[in-house]
Design a protein around this ligand. Structure first.
Ligand code: NAD
Ligand code: UGA
Length: 462
């Protein structure tokens, strides 16, 4: 048995590293077109930051885990091929802004069809619209050289920041397919470390749809509590108290009720929009509108946070220094895709604020790239005024203290643990008064900071 995975990203890399760790006798070859990413996987400085990942990669790399750009050889040698490439929202043509761009998945299927011989199991690891497996099967059907295929859906449920724990001990592994034999071959890989009862099998379409549905339900909880946070601010209720009160109802449960400046990450918005597009495609307009509201609410929450900063700072942030803590979309990852910080900072920059941004894991290059992208128009063009705003109004700081010195306000955008244990007396003394702190994650001790002298504004607290 030999495994190949096309796509060495946030999913392909950690997932295959875990399979290689748990199955030392199975050669696992991860391939990608992006040479610098592959070089990083082969170095001591992995392309993604994920707690515990270094150890897993170090154990298996060079033994039965290989990273390379040789896609063709990896496909031709493998018995099982995972497709783990990106499936971003389409930015052009039909379904732009909603549908998933399946270009990369289709290219993989065509390359497999061209290269393969003998029997291969092709596994969808990427998150895909329902019935994509049908299209993959048709493309693979054109393969020559006596090649034959089974197609399985095996969506990934790991969350970034906890990927290694999630892979070691997942709530479940989902395998959808119509060949018992193929399903059992893949299940046997997972059975090496995951109890049988956690391996769920379904038909192909249920598996594909379950992934989109799981992300939609998770994002919906965040938008639901964020909607309530606005009402808390208006009424004097405290969103954390409300979350605790409802979360103790065993039917609701306590997880994913943390109010925030808005959810980010590469998948929640993309997958909901994909679901919305699918519903519209099938004429289910009310269902589409229902799910789209989760994204609408999330945009509102991000916008509301930026507006709160401007209004509180006496309706102007022009030429005021604002210290931004955190750029990643959540703690313990260097991933910034769709991070709420990007949108809040865009809005503040358009108000001519001077931003001093600090994140313990995100590089200056990435922060500037994110701002350039979000401020560009649909054709990717950055206007000269916006270019000047980024050049003249954005500084990337080396730590929280440097970032907050002389700042009119601090905005906490990511819940990094280090933000909880800073010397807030020192930070306060280095700021002009009144010193404002906007907590977009509800992680600071509001009472203690108020005693220091800060005016603290937290999500869902009046
Ligand atoms: P990513 O962008 O980090 O990685 C995808 C990789 O695929 C890139 O490195 C790209 O160069 C490579 N690639 C694209 N086309 C290729 C081709 N034809 N041949 C070889 N390599 C190719 O994406 P990701 O975050 O790993 O997500 C991958 C899929 O997994 C998506 O469908 C996503 O929705 C899903 N997913 C992601 C997460 C997550 O936490 N990031 C979790 C669960 C599921
Ligand atoms: C999410 C899902 O949790 C994974 O199961 C799924 O596999 C993955 O998407 C995917 O398909 O990509 P991820 O986006 O990595 O994982 O991280 P989450 O922990 O889900 O957080 C997503 C966003 O919601 C973050 O910005 C986080 O800060 C925010 N969030 C989460 C809240 O604001 N409040 C919460 O209570 C939970």
């Amino acid at each position: 048995m030999k495994i190949c995975c096309i796509g060495a990203g946030y999913v392909g890399g950690p997932t295959m590293a875990m399979i290689a760790k748990q199955c030392p006798d199975i050669p696992v070859h991860v391939v990608d077109l992006n040479r610098s990413r592959i070089d990083a996987w082969n170095s001591d400085s992995l392309p993604i930051y994920e707690p515990g990942l270094d150890e897993v990669v170090r154990e298996a790399r060079g033994r039965n885990l290989t990273f390379s750009t040789d896609v063709e050889s990896a496909i031709s040698e493998a018995d099982m091929i995972f497709i783990s490439v990106n499936t971003p929202t389409k930015t052009f043509g039909m379904g732009a802004g909603r549908a998933a761009n399946l270009e990369f998945v289709e290219k993989c299927a065509r390359q497999i069809a061209t290269v393969a011989s003998g029997h291969k199991i092709v596994v969808e690891k990427s998150t895909l619209p329902v019935r994509t497996a049908g299209a993959i099967k048709r493309i693979l059907g054109s393969a020559g050289d006596g090649a034959s295929f089974d197609v399985l859906s095996n969506p990934e449920f790991l969350a970034e920041g906890t990927a290694i724990d999630d892979l070691l001990d997942p709530d479940r592994v989902l395998i959808g397919g119509d060949s018992e034999r193929a399903i059992d071959t893949l299940a046997a890989v997972y059975r090496r470390w995951i109890p049988e009862q956690k391996i769920l099998t379904t038909n192909l379409w249920s598996s594909e749809l379950s992934k989109l549905t799981a992300n939609a339900f998770l994002a919906q909880r965040v938008s639901s509590i964020n909607a309530i946070s606005a009402l808390c601010e208006a009424t004097g209720a405290d969103v954390d108290e409300v979350a605790r009160a409802i979360g103790t109802d065993s039917r609701i449960g306590p997880k994913f009720l943390k109010s925030s400046v808005g959810f980010g990450g590469s998948c929640f918005q993309k997958d909901i929009l994909n679901l919305v597009y699918l519903c519209e495609h099938f004429g289910l307009h009310e269902v589409a509108a229902y799910w789209e509201q989760v994204v609408v609410m999330n945009d509102y929450q991000k916008r509301r946070f930026a507006e709160k900063i401007v209004k509180t700072l006496f309706n102007t942030v022009s030429d005021k220094k604002i210290s931004i803590w955190g750029w990643a979309f959540k703690k313990d990852t260097n991933d910034t895709r769709e991070s709420a910080a990007i949108y809040v900072c865009r809005d503040l920059l358009r108000e001519h604020a001077r931003l001093h941004i600090y994140d313990p894991r995100v590089s200056r290059t990435q922060i500037l790239k994110d701002l350039q992208t979000v401020m560009s128009d649909a054709d990717g063009q950055l206007s000269p005024p916006d270019q000047r705003l980024i050049e003249n109004h954005v500084t990337v700081a080396s730590d929280c203290y440097a970032s907050a010195r002389d700042a009119h306000a601090i905005a906490v955008m990511t819940e990094w643990d280090e933000f909880k244990t800073l010397d807030y007396q020192k930070i306060y003394r280095a700021m002009p008064q009144p010193a404002f702190l906007f907590d977009g994650r509800n992680i600071v001790d509001r009472q203690a900071l108020s005693e220091v002298g800060f005016e603290v504004h937290a999500i869902g607290k009046s």
